[in-house]
Ligand binder design. Structure first.
Ligand code: AMP
Length: 416
């Protein structure tokens, strides 16, 4: 028998109701904030990601699912931002000088070592606001993300924020880190020794114990930030304060991708263990220009759907709409049963029947498995009398109703 590819999951029908609910909740929040859905292909040119995330970003170095043929090098998208900026430019949305707010929901792919909370195919719910450098839109993006968590009935999460500063400030940070870390390399993990050469900022948020110890001893605070970037960050904080959002400024929060500038943030949930990030995001003021567009500021975030589902209370609330189950007994009743089924569906009532031709007892068990409380039984006898037996399991009642009145009666029952 074939097995799933490691690090992927099947979402079976019994679980899908929660996914749909979570997605519906997110769509509702996005529409309140006037974000429009965008869908981009899952395959992109691999250079799109090396150019935007940076050649030395872990995702690019180790985690890209490459698809190569003679001429092309494609990749299964590892994240949404670069694709959306590409689509924004390719669709000429920049030409109108319009400020655009997008949201997206879909699968992402990273060639990781599968473990709890880390899959090779996982799903993002995310948003991007392209075309503004205003700190108020940073605050809005964080507020949208927070509103989604609240609407998903998630509690017990925390928000960390930081600013990396503009590209000049980031360079100053790199210099300061080089200076401070050069005598402390021995205390870092192997990966961070490598990061020291090409991706030094990332050392700040390495999760390994030994690196955390080294980083704690660094004197880096916000010395690398210029006046404009300080002001920008102060306004973001003021806006969040005004909304009553609680957050912690964490100077070690850096995010691993080249494109981030200024504000970065992360939502965490302790109950998730080692992979505790529910979602994260930040500002990327140069990405649109780096991909061939105008110099416009942008900010975005993405949540991991699998992780949201792990902590959401939506799961506890019973799934699904009522499905009326029709049991047809005897050959002559079959056509009338099929007509009844169509009639119910045409009236907007979800209905199903037993296609395995089980006995009455077996069919009743099927209805029970399906969670159907309303069962209609139509046998040759009933057909002769032009009636159907209607069992209402919720009330433990059974009655005979006229075939012509079934749809109206069932509708009445469902509504009460
Ligand atoms: P990132 O683009 O890495 O910041 O991812 C944003 C969010 O997606 C994270 O906070 C996680 O919730 C989720 N995520 C990232 N990578 C994975 C993965 N390999 N498996 C499951 N969820 C992931």
């Amino acid at each position: 028998m074939f097995k799933r590819v490691p690090g992927t999951r099947d979402i079976l029908p019994e679980e899908i109701a929660y996914w749909q609910k979570l997605e519906a909740v997110a769509r509702k929040v996005f529409s309140l904030y006037n974000y429009k859905e965008i869908r981009t292909p899952v395959i992109e040119e691999s250079a799109l990601f090396s150019r935007s995330l940076g050649e030395f970003a872990e995702i690019v170095k180790k985690q890209m699912f490459l698809i190569k043929n003679k001429e092309d090098s494609y990749v299964l998208r590892p994240e949404g931002t670069a694709s959306i900026v590409r689509a924004y430019l390719e669709g000429n949305l920049d030409k109108s000088g319009r400020f655009s707010k997008f949201y997206y929901i879909g699968p992402m792919f990273r060639l990781e070592r599968p473990q709890k909370g880390r899959q090779r195919q996982f799903h993002h719910i995310g948003a991007e606001a392209i075309g503004s450098s205003s700190p108020w839109i940073d605050a809005e993006i964080i507020m949208v993300a927070d509103a989604i968590l609240k609407a998903d009935q998630i509690t017990g999460y925390s928000l960390n924020i930081n600013t990396l500063g503009c590209p000049k400030d980031k360079l100053a940070l790199v210099d300061m880190l080089r200076e401070e870390l050069k005598g402390k390399l021995g205390g870092l993990c192997q990966e961070c020794k490598e990061r020291f050469k090409h991706n030094i900022i990332r050392i700040l948020d390495c999760k390994k114990q030994e690196c955390r110890k080294v980083v704690k001893g660094l004197s880096i605070q916000d010395k690398h930030l210029c006046g404009d970037c300080r002001q920008h960050f102060n306004q973001v904080k003021r806006s969040l304060d005004a909304e009553g959002l609680s957050y912690e400024v964490n100077r070690q929060l850096v995010r691993g991708l080249d494109y981030y500038t200024r504000t970065v943030f992360e939502f965490k949930h302790d109950s998730l263990g080692a992979q505790d990030a529910l979602g994260a995001g930040g500002r990327y003021d140069n990405l649109v220009k780096d991909l061939g567009g105008p110099q416009v500021g942008s900010v975005g975030f993405a949540f991991g759907v699998e992780r949201l589902l792990l902590v959401s209370d939506l799961k506890k609330h019973g799934p699904q709409r009522e499905v009326v189950f029709i049991i047809v007994l005897g050959d002559r009743a079959k056509d009338a049963g099929a007509r009844l089924l169509s009639g119910l569906r045409a009236a907007g009532i979800a209905a199903d029947t037993d296609y395995q031709e089980k006995s009455l007892k077996g069919a009743m068990r099927l209805a029970d498995d399906l969670g159907s409380d309303l069962v209609l039984i139509l046998g040759d006898n009933e057909l002769e009398k032009n009636v159907v037996i209607f069992k209402d399991m919720r009330r433990g009642k059974q009655e005979q109703i006229n075939l012509e009145e079934v749809v109206d009666k069932v509708k009445e029952k469902i509504e009460t």
